[in-house]
Design a protein around this ligand. Structure first.
Ligand SMILES: Cc1cc2nc3c(=O)[nH]c(=O)nc-3n(C[C@H](O)[C@H](O)[C@H](O)COP(=O)(O)O)c2cc1C
Length: 177
């Protein structure tokens, strides 16, 4: 049996009752036989991006972030939209990787789970593609009205969404093998 592929999970929300966190929980349940999931939970502990800080003086938190991305087989970024854009803590983390190659050809799953979320999803796709990430069409999932589709028990209650998530996990698994 081949080793499980490592999927690094990011949530753009650090709220305690986050629908994005509930969705990540659901995805971990659905994909547990195929992926080893690792939650990256340090977004709020990263310093603010400063382009004047070179690699020689990199804060250890940033090194950890870059290493975590580099060592993952695939990344999943699940985020809400805040004022028609990405949450600042997620954008900050992405800015810390811009001068590196850690996203180059890295398989990435962009998910925006929000009330609306269209602008944030467009922005997330643009940023990841600009950094060279590999994103297949069926990996990109925009979920408007997320709170009506995902329960606080970490269950996807919307059958179309459940189908899309399963299809996405299958597609990613096939692409990595
Ligand atoms: C400061 C703030 C700004 C928001 N702006 C938007 C927005 O522009 N578009 C949108 O779809 N939802 C917006 N929302 C609603 C959030 O997307 C929604 O509450 C979502 O469930 C938050 O994700 P979470 O449950 O994972 O924390 C905003 C929420 C907050 C707190």
């Amino acid at each position: 049996m081949s080793a499980l592929k490592k999927m690094l999970l990011f949530s753009g929300s650090i709220r305690s009752n986050s629908v994005n966190a509930y969705l990540l929980k659901a995805i971990q349940t659905i994909g547990k036989d195929v992926f080893e999931f690792v939650n990256y939970s340090e977004l709020q502990n990263l310093p603010y991006f400063n382009p004047e800080i070179g690699d020689d003086h990199l804060p250890w938190e940033v090194e950890d972030l870059r290493n975590a991305i580099a060592s993952a087989d695939v990344l999943l970024i699940c985020t809400p939209e805040y004022v028609f854009s990405l949450p600042g803590i997620l954008k900050n983390a992405l800015e810390w990787t811009v001068s590196t190659m850690v996203f180059d050809m890295k398989p990435c799953i962009p998910i925006t789970a929000s009330s609306l979320g269209e602008k944030a999803h467009e922005s997330l796709l643009l940023i990841l593609r600009t950094m060279g990430a590999r994103i297949e069409d069926d990996w990109s999932i925009h979920i408007p009205g997320a709170k009506t589709k995902i329960s606080s028990h970490g269950e996807i209650t919307d059958s179309d969404l459940l189908h899309r998530i399963k299809q996405m996990l299958n597609s990613v698994s096939n692409a990595l093998n």
